[in-house]
Unconditional design. Structure first.
Length: 226
């Protein structure tokens, strides 16, 4: 049988900003309970008392705090690195486009700080590259169907300890922090110990500060939840 607690948990987890609001400690239990009341009544198909919802919200908050304590041993290993002047281009994936993409590598000089990330989906290929190379990229991909181009982007990268691969919720934790600041994410790229977000240049300062606070909170042992 579906309970009030079960519905509260599901509704909050479906709404990242509510979830993060509880994590940040800026949402009152009573206010959130009143907000969720109509949806809970609809789910249950009957009347439900507000104090019961308040109690469910409070208990859910305590669960988040316990999860925070369990994950407190995970630490970010380095500072946040920002790279500017990036572009994001998406094309339709095909045998021809796969061959052409290989010709992009000679364009970049990693020693001089150039960026090139190639992400393959089932039907699309996204290329994140230093914007100064964008026109050359278009020439190399001539004849391929370009779905979208974004300019004036930056990347924010964080390095992790090797436990990153085995610690649930790290990516969602960082993503929620950016969502809380109303920052749109164009791409999310991860390796074994590195997490990179591609965002608009106009959001870069706010995003950097948000991630800086997150790193400080995590490494200082302050309560924040995955």
């Amino acid at each position: 049988m579906v309970s009030v607690s079960h519905i509260v948990r599901n509704l909050v987890e479906e709404k990242p900003l509510l979830y993060q609001g509880i994590v940040e400690g800026v949402i009152s239990y009573a206010g959130l309970a009143e907000y969720l009341l109509p949806e809970i009544k609809k789910e249950l198909g009957k009347e439900v008392k507000l104090p019961a919802i308040v109690m469910a919200v409070r208990r859910y908050s305590e669960v988040l705090k316990k999860k925070s304590l369990l994950n407190s041993g995970f630490e970010f290993d380095s500072d946040i690195i920002m790279k500017t002047g990036l572009a994001d281009l998406t094309i339709v994936k095909s045998p021809a486009s796969l061959e052409k993409v290989e010709n992009l590598y000679p364009l970049v000089d990693y020693d001089r700080g150039d960026t090139l990330n190639i992400i393959q989906g089932n039907y699309e290929i996204t290329i994140v590259i230093s914007e100064k190379h964008l026109e050359d990229v278009k020439k190399i991909l001539d004849g391929e169907k370009i779905l979208n181009i974004e300019k004036n982007l930056v990347s924010l990268s964080i390095s992790f300890s090797k436990e990153f691969l085995y610690t649930p919720g790290v990516i969602s934790k960082v993503t929620r922090k950016l969502a809380w600041e109303n920052i749109n994410i164009f791409e999310n790229i991860s390796t074994m110990t590195e997490l990179i977000y591609i965002i608009s240049k106009k959001d870069s300062v706010r995003a950097y500060k948000a991630l800086e606070r997150l790193v400080g909170e995590n490494n200082n042992g302050e309560k924040d939840s995955v």
